[in-house]
Design a protein around this ligand. Structure first.
Ligand SMILES: [Zn+2]
Length: 216
């Protein structure tokens, strides 16, 4: 009996020591596992409002508001911490992409701009520059596999219907260079205070494959 008590005491001491020494990383991974447990519970639930298979826009809106009421009441009870973002991400609006999953992080260290096809215009460049002025150290431009905006830009019928989107997809490389050429961005990059990165995302699992600037 006494031997067991010693073993338990040693194990508890080792665990307490590990948590004190590596507590942050352990809590981070454990938190990620619990978030994933939540995804597993919700992912298989197909019906949006649990009452209708086919929903009217009003039913979707009502359910959306109800879900927000529940979520915001939980947030009122358990407020989250505010973090200062260190990364700004440009990501496609594709519903399969989840920026928390891309970052592997639910904390609020990220500014996110989402547009179809990750397209940019001058106003988005200004948004990113503002983010850099506010302390962002890395700007990441992402594209992803099976992108509907890229497909539309390659489809003759859709090119006619969505001419502005088509042009925006085609000028992504130009916009990127334009962003890199902005005086503040160029200066921060040259001084080693800012990194600008590109990456392709595998839409199936959101794995990021960094790439260079030779392909827009
Ligand atoms: Zn897309």
């Amino acid at each position: 009996m006494r031997r067991w008590l010693i073993v338990v005491a040693v194990v508890l001491t080792v665990m307490a020591g590990a948590l004190a020494w590596w507590g942050g990383p352990i809590e981070f991974v454990l938190g990620g596992a619990l978030v994933n447990a939540g995804y597993r519970l919700q992912d298989r639930l197909v019906s949006y409002d649990f009452n209708h298979d086919e929903l009217t826009p009003e039913q979707v809106w009502d359910e959306f508001l109800q879900q927000n009421r529940l979520a915001s009441s939980v947030r009122s009870l358990f407020p989250r911490s505010t973090r200062h973002p260190v990364i700004a991400m440009v990501t496609c609006m594709d519903g399969r992409l989840d920026t928390n999953e891309i970052a592997g992080d639910t904390r609020r260290y990220y500014y996110v701009i989402r547009t179809a096809g990750s397209v940019l215009a001058e106003k988005e460049e200004e948004m990113l520059e503002l983010a850099v002025e506010n302390g962002v150290k890395v700007v990441v431009f992402t594209t992803h596999t099976d992108c509907a905006a890229e497909k539309a830009a390659r489809d003759p019928a859709k090119r006619t219907r969505f001419p502005q989107l088509t042009r925006a997809v085609e000028e992504r490389g130009f916009r990127l260079q334009e962003f890199l050429g902005r005086p503040l961005i160029r200066e921060r990059v040259q001084q080693g205070e800012l990194l600008v990165k590109l990456m392709d995302l595998d839409t199936r699992n959101e794995r990021a494959i960094p790439r260079d600037f030779s392909r827009p």
